[in-house]
Design a protein around this ligand. Structure first.
Ligand code: AP5
Length: 217
């Protein structure tokens, strides 16, 4: 099953994808995490993506689609977190899935804009795993350190108020049109989710919405 997590920055897509990945047989593919890895490793793609990411703009479709082509080569049960983000990316994904005889369903995380800003400003991340915390809503056991590895947490370069406003504007303009793309009444590929509930409640709702196979582990 290919599950697309759709929603604005800060809606909780990464938080929920990590929880489902750790508890079930899903693999999370986050384009944001992949791009940040490229940046840490200093690849050509990472260098090209850097300016777009730090200013809150989208990385050009051509680079993202090329990166995702190889990531999606052998997938079955995946959560796509942050992809697709434009109509061109959604069409490229559909073409790829059609060729494999697969379909994808999208889950839209609904959260009002005012709440998104507070969530993004208070977010802390563990860079190696992508695990996400919030100083108020989901604090780590020890302030500043990852619960599992004990390694330091960081704030992303795009957490600043001005960049957050740009990211939210870019979402409205370039990604929100995907809601219409996926909620086409014939295809019925979109499910809406109240992303404002506490984290554990959102997880429970997702589990009820989708048929998930418990992990063997
Ligand atoms: P990316 O890393 O994908 O960022 P994003 O989509 O903007 O999403 P976020 O990671 O900011 O938010 P989220 O919804 O995952 O929320 P989270 O779980 O962290 O992309 C970064 C950049 O890469 C983009 O700006 C772009 O430049 C580039 N990029 C990536 N993909 C691309 C693509 N396909 N095309 C082009 N460019 C691309 O939660 C946020 C906070 O809220 C956390 O602190 C969390 O603890 C807290 N929280 C979560 N859930 C709840 C809850 N229910 N209640 C209270 N707090 C909560």
């Amino acid at each position: 099953m290919i599950l697309i997590f759709l929603g604005p920055p800060g809606a909780g897509k990464g938080t929920q994808a990590k929880i489902l990945e750790e508890q079930f047989d899903y693999r999370q593919i986050s384009t944001g995490d992949l791009l940040r890895k490229h940046r840490r490793e200093g690849t050509a793609l990472g260098k090209e993506a850097q300016g777009y990411m730090d200013s809150g703009k989208l990385v050009p479709d051509e680079l993202i689609i090329r990166m995702m082509d190889s990531e999606l080569a052998n997938v079955t049960d995946v959560i796509l977190d942050g992809f697709p983000r434009t109509i061109a990316q959604a069409q490229a994904l559909d073409a790829l899935l059609r060729a494999k005889g697969l379909t994808a369903g999208a889950l839209l995380f609904d959260v009002p804009r005012a709440d998104l800003e507070e969530r993004l400003i208070g977010r802390w991340t563990h860079p190696a795993s992508g695990r996400v915390y919030h100083e108020r809503f989901n604090p780590p056991k020890t302030t500043g350190f990852d619960d599992q590895s004990g390694e330091p947490l960081v704030q992303r370069p795009d957490y600043k108020a001005e960049t957050i406003r740009t990211r939210l504007d870019v979402y409205e303009k370039e990604t929100a049109p995907l809601v219409d793309y996926y909620q086409d009444p014939k295809a019925k590929r979109l499910t809406r989710l109240d992303g404002l509930a506490p984290i554990a409640e959102v997880t429970d709702r997702i589990k009820k919405l989708i048929a998930i196979r418990p992990s063997a582990a």
